[in-house]
Design a protein around this ligand. Sequence first.
Ligand code: SF4
Ligand code: SF4
Length: 97
Amino acid sequence: MGWWDDICDRCGRCCFERDVDDDGDVIIDYAAPCEFLDVETRLCTVYDHRFDACERCGRVTLWTALVDPRLPEGCAYARRLRPWHREQPLDDAPDES
Ligand code: SF4
Ligand code: SF4
């Protein structure tokens, strides 16, 4: 863990199936979590070897943080590096309580 990984606030948004609609908005399918996601805590159950365990799991790089159209707008990297998205609501995730 370093300063880059520490930017992640463990919201888990990137651990669900996602698509990009015609307007370029990221649509998150909260009914389709990654098999390794604990949906209660939103934490990865295989974090230390997630890239080996999960084919679709990818590290957020500076490049993806800046331009990946599939990065959820509420993602902490998007909020940090895409200031034009900072006004987007961050409460799009379903209430887990
Ligand atoms: S393996 Fe990757 S996509 Fe799956 S829960 Fe862990 S961090 Fe999320
Ligand atoms: S969407 Fe961004 S902040 Fe949330 S868990 Fe994924 S990388 Fe971390």
